[in-house]
Design a protein around this ligand. Structure first.
Ligand code: HEC
Length: 141
């Protein structure tokens, strides 16, 4: 006997598929939310880290730079600069601006105090330990 594909069968396939994939979606979302505290390590935000973040935000560093890919594409990524350059380089670099090297893009001098530079470095270090699956890739420029 020939099998007839009815509207009811089509609806059941649609509804069954929808329920199945919604369940997978909810399970994966739950799994992701469970992992966030370990990945963003927000509990390790010390007062110095918060002060450094405030300096980055109020001096519009992402008007030129990106942080984890967000921001402007004029200057290098800052989310992983701590791993790329280390604390001494970052402090010295910020103090030595602008380089006035012909043909290179320039960064202004912000006249930070040593305490402010230490806070910026503390924030950039904290940022470099956020687990982003190594995204964006760390490129030495
Ligand atoms: C007007 C644009 C501009 C602003 C605003 C700016 N920068 Fe930069 N920055 C640059 C450019 C351009 C470079 C790369 C220059 C070069 O390679 O010669 C750079 C490089 C750097 C580097 C070295 C990156 C590396 O990979 O070696 C650090 C660290 C840095 N900036 C931190 C900061 C911080 C912190 C702020 C905010 C307080 C800031 N920048 C604001 C333009 C800017």
């Amino acid at each position: 006997m020939q099998q007839v594909f009815t509207k009811a069968m089509a609806r059941n396939i649609f509804l069954g598929g929808a329920v199945f994939f919604i369940a997978i979606y909810l399970m994966l979302s739950y799994d992701t939310w469970q992992r966030i505290p370990a990945r963003d390590h927000a509990d390790k935000m010390t007062p110095a880290v918060l002060r450094g973040k405030y300096l980055l935000d109020t001096n519009d560093c992402i008007g030129c730079h990106t942080i984890n890919g967000e921001g402007a594409y004029f200057a290098p990524e800052l989310g992983n600069v701590y791993k790329r350059r280390g604390p001494e380089f970052i402090s010295a670099w910020i103090q030595a601006q602008p380089t006035n090297m012909p043909g290179r893009r320039q960064m202004p001098n912000f006249h930070f105090t040593q305490a402010q530079l230490d806070d910026l470095v503390a924030y950039l270090q904290w940022l470099s330990n956020v687990d982003t699956n190594n995204w964006p890739p760390n490129i030495q420029g």
